[in-house]
Design a binder for this molecule. Sequence first.
Ligand code: TXA
Ligand code: MG
Length: 330
Amino acid sequence: MIIDVRKAVELLNDGKVVAIPTETVYGLAARIDRSTAIEKIFSTKERPFFDPLIVHVSSINQAQALTKEWNEIAEQLAKSFWPGPLTLVLPKATTIDSMITSGLETVGLRFPSHLLALEIIRQTGPLAAPSANKFGRTSPTVALDVDEEFLKAVPVVDGGPCEVGVESTILSIESNKIKMLRPGLILKSQILECLNSTKTDFQWNSSESAAKVSSPGSMLHHYMPEVPLVLLMRDYSDEQLGLVLLERFSKIPDEEDGVKLKKPRKIEKMGEVLLSNDPRIAAREFYAQLREVSRSHPDVLLIRWQENWTEEAWSPVIDRMKKAATLMLS
Ligand code: TXA
Ligand code: MG
């Protein structure tokens, strides 16, 4: 159900859950001081309580007030990249409901740039919002995706197609140590450039295992489309491909990391997902393409690996692609 900003503010202030647009993906929002609504976010998404929510703010001061420690790193990054697709994980203020942070001592904070999101947050105060999809599934990038995902049960503000198209970069800051928990449009090289040019003291921790442990939501499978996705790392003839796929699918488990893996019953029709050569456009279109190609009901979705996808600008799309894929065929 599509609603306007005025109605969204009214519902949120009344302790309801509303889907709102952001520049990255649509979010399922509730006021951070309405615990019933926060609980409703988890139940609507069928999201486990161990996976914390990001809090969205409409100013740097508001973010600062929600933390216990706001340091020079946070200050410089916020000044450079906010409003925009960067989430900072920082020690939380005691006032934040522990259901939002899944009992962690830290909180993820984001100052989005979408004008409607900002207009809403200015009237409601900070909003907790995960992406507006069922747990483990593809994030919505237009209002209609949200309607489809929750069968119109969630009121949604239509802010048009999301410009970025994949979720924000998540960076955790622990005193002077930083690490990237999720790649996004704001790249590691831009973060390093910002901190180096402002002569800010920091240490970059790039250990992947560290990122997995400290970001409860960063599991192996996520963002999965309706139809199983296969990432083709090399060329196969059509005949060969059908056989190899059937054989490989028969060997994978039904569930991994708590996420059900979709498998085709037969392989007659394959839907190829074609992405732009421009990584920003590819990111913008990625989730929409998965949904679009799935609509013609192929047995599997195929993406053919491109050589230049190892470049940094591709990192957010490749991260989502690998997690969305049930199989990677090399
Ligand atoms: O672009 C975005 O970030 C979108 C829009 C709606 O703002 N939101 C989004 O939320 O992607 P969600 O819940 O789908 O993903 C947030 C991720 C989860 O994997 C969660 O585990 C992680 O952020 N996260 C949240 N708070 C955290 C914390 N305190 N420490 C570590 N990871 C955290
Ligand atoms: Mg999500």
